[in-house]
Design a protein around this ligand. Structure first.
Ligand SMILES: *[C@@H]1O[C@H](CO)[C@@H](O)[C@H](O)[C@H]1NC(C)=O
Length: 342
């Protein structure tokens, strides 16, 4: 019966795994998935966290206290009717409490020890054309446990004998597979297409990045760390390269793309160069919002002491002299008395 929760979960909110990298005719996300994280603290206390995602964008939350879905976007229900949404919410409620109870009942059978975590991801992704790919997989204690492939339970190698036992147990419930199958291959794709359409103004928006350069802590004495910051772009795919002239520099290092608070993205791309070899380097940013007009920032020679003196101290000095002169000119003269001859 451990499978039932998985099945229900998958349906509740049609879910999908987020693999990107497929080329699609339109910009924006192409998959929906539901993530469930269940923390079993001790034999009386467990907690579920459930969320719905369009790739990296969360559109659903779950309020465990009231047992209701949280719709984070005005279009989070896609084209599902209120009746259908209510049914899914009810299913989710039943599933959540059922999942916890079923797992707790099987703790000794599966030789689990508190505390432990179960993670479930389920959903669907647009494939080329009209077809979709469905995904359902689970992890126990952060290790792959089992996944559903071609509508059958496949134990993960990391799951060991426990996962094999789980799949044997699950195979007795063929009826459940049919429910899961329907959720993954019918409900989820229908929801995905509807929600992509309902949210398209937001999902297909294009926001141009800003880019700037700075220097970071040198990795080695006599080296420079050149940092190219790119921020505020949407959608996520971006290409940022350090170039020497027209050639991409092989030493370019890209960090992870991080989220900004306003649902745009931030990326830092660094280059470690030997001091003195930074001539002719530039950072090039390619992004769909730029319409082919790449942003190119040229690295200026580093600010040496002389440059600092020239750039800051000299103007300050000149300003001070000007102020002094101005003050001297404005200062009221000493009163003088002229005695005119009568
Ligand atoms: C179980 O964990 C909860 C939350 O940490 C705690 O409040 C409770 O006292 C624990 N119960 C037992 C029986 O250990």
């Amino acid at each position: 019966m451990l499978l039932l929760p998985l099945v229900l979960l998958a349906d509740l909110i049609p879910g999908a795994d987020n693999k990107h990298g497929h080329e699609h005719a339109f910009q924006g996300p192409t998959s929906f998935h539901v993530i469930q994280i269940s923390s079993f603290v001790n034999n009386t206390y467990a907690q579920n966290q459930v969320s719905g995602w369009l790739e990296d964008l969360q559109i659903h939350g779950w309020d465990s206290d009231s047992g209701t879905a949280i719709f984070l976007k005005p279009w989070s229900k896609g084209n599902f009717s209120d009746v259908e949404v209510t049914e899914l919410e009810e299913m989710c409620r039943v599933y959540m409490t059922g999942f916890i109870r079923i797992v707790q009942d099987r703790v000794s059978e599966f030789e689990l020890t508190y505390p432990f975590e179960v993670q479930v991801i389920g959903g669907c992704e647009l494939n080329s054309g009209e077809t979709t790919i469905s995904v359902l997989s689970t992890a126990l204690g952060g290790e792959d446990f089992m996944s559903l492939q071609n509508n059958s339970c496949v134990p993960a190698a990391q799951g060991g004998p426990r996962a094999q036992r789980f799949c044997v147990l699950a195979s007795e419930y063929q009826g459940l597979y049919n429910i899961v199958e329907r959720l993954l291959s019918n409900t989820c794709p229908r929801f995905l297409l509807g929600v992509l359409d309902a949210g398209k103004a937001e999902l297909q928006r294009q926001v141009k990045p800003e880019a700037w350069l700075s220097s970071g802590p040198p990795p080695l004495p006599g080296h420079l760390l050149l940092v190219c910051h790119v921020s505020g772009f949407y959608p996520k795919p971006v290409r940022v390269m350090w170039m020497r002239g027209e050639q991409e520099h092989p030493g370019t290092h890209q960090d992870d793309i991080l989220p900004n608070a306003d649902e745009t993205w931030y990326l830092r791309v660094t280059l470690d160069v030997v001091a003195g070899e930074e001539a002719n380097l530039n950072c090039r940013v390619k992004h769909s919002s730029l319409g082919g007009q790449d942003i190119v920032l040229h690295w200026e020679h580093p600010t040496s002491t002389t440059v600092i003196i020239l750039a800051i101290i000299l103007p300050t000095f000149i300003l001070l002299i000007c102020l002094a002169l101005w003050y001297l000119r404005r200062r009221p003269r000493q009163p003088t008395f002229h005695f005119l001859p009568v």
